[in-house]
Design a protein around this ligand. Structure first.
Ligand code: PEP
Ligand code: MN
Length: 342
């Protein structure tokens, strides 16, 4: 259920409707739009008593939301959500005319490795650095990440280079700690349906980058975002990172067709990760060009100065000079679409 307020509704009128919703035992989510505020109602298992709300001052109408996802839906908010990340070098946005770029190694391995790569990312004009301190690995014998010492290296990267930090929380135990260090908390593909982690992320004060599960349908992907938003965190960035198919020449099949599908159904930004999406270094540049052409709101790219010796995802990590070329090319493609890179 959605309560649509008049464009000139006052804060007090909006508050009164929220209070009425909460008094009925539901949760109210006021979502300001460009023209008017809509108030999403969650927590209802059946039909909400509309009559008590429709007559309230400032209310235009109450409309049932037929889709399983509500807060994620464009029905609730017509215009794009712009997620804004503050970095010491300036803001980076996702969902607006500018396309956000995040780059860095798969994992933080050592301070030297991370600083070296951070220098290249900054030199390429990019302001968001990625790197895992906690790594969800298929084998328990593979490098699992440095843990908190890795987060401390990331904090030093923000300090020294002025870059914002995107890093993954793999479980409820690590999330609070990751929240302290990160500017954006990543939830990985293997955790897309870890509902307790999603709810926990929904209570975090930092934006969430939510990766699509490797076998998730679009509805499942959007419902995972709904879990986060239903807890009150509306800063969610969706990420397509490839799905499992029968195709055997790549690690995953990058589903670029999900971009317009998401944009039709949801107001949330959608970014593309061509590194995990292909698993092959030589495919990252062409798929990055294609992602921007298809309307992606951002890119997430793995970069390593010595990928042959990387502790994880070396084969899909591009070299710093290749990253410079990538940024240059997507900038030109973005310009055709009247967009910029930030
Ligand atoms: C990563 O970004 O390094 C990662 C582990 O991603 P995914 O969850 O998409 O595999
Ligand atoms: Mn990786």
């Amino acid at each position: 259920m959605l309560v649509v307020m008049q464009s000139h509704a006052t804060d007090a009128q909006i508050r009164a409707v929220c209070e009425r919703i909460e008094s009925l035992g539901y949760k109210a989510h006021p979502i300001p739009g460009a023209g008017r505020t809509a108030i999403g109602i969650t927590g209802n298992t059946g039909v909400v008593d509309i009559a008590s709300m429709e007559g309230m001052p400032g209310v235009v109408e109450c409309i049932p939301v037929s889709k399983p996802y509500k807060l994620v839906s464009r029905d609730v908010k017509e215009e794009n959500t712009v997620v804004r990340i503050k970095t010491p070098l300036g803001d980076v946005t996702f969902g607006g005319p500018a396309i956000g770029v995040v780059a860095g190694p798969c994992a933080i391995e050592t301070a030297e490795q991370a600083f070296e790569i951070a220098g290249h990312i900054k030199a390429a004009g990019i302001r968001l650095f990625r790197g895992g301190a906690y790594k969800p690995r298929t084998s328990p014998y593979s490098f699992q990440g440095l843990g908190e010492p890795g987060l401390k290296i990331l904090a030093e990267i923000r300090e020294r280079f002025g870059l914002g930090i995107v890093t993954e929380a793999v479980d409820n135990e690590s999330l609070d700690l990751v929240e302290k260090y990160a500017d954006v908390i990543q939830i990985g593909t293997r955790n897309m349906q870890n509902f307790s982690l999603l709810k926990h992320a929904g209570r975090a004060a930092k934006p969430i980058l939510l990766k699509r599960g490797m076998s998730a349908t679009l509805d499942e992907f959007l419902m995972a975002a709904e879990y986060i938003m239903s807890e009150g965190n509306y800063n969610v960035i969706l990420c397509e990172r490839g799905v499992r198919t029968f195709s055997d020449f790549t690690r995953n099949t990058l589903d670029l067709s999900v971009i317009p599908a998401v944009q039709r159904r949801s107001h949330l930004p959608i970014v593309v990760d061509p590194s995990h999406g292909t698993g092959r270094r030589n495919k990252v540049l062409p798929l990055s060009r294609a992602a921007v052409a298809a309307g992606a709101d951002g890119m997430l790219v793995e970069v390593h100065h010595d990928p042959d010796h990387a502790l994880s995802d070396g084969p899909q990590s591009i070299l710093p000079e290749e990253f410079v070329q990538l940024v240059g090319e997507i900038r030109q493609i973005a310009a055709v679409l009247h967009r910029t890179i930030n």
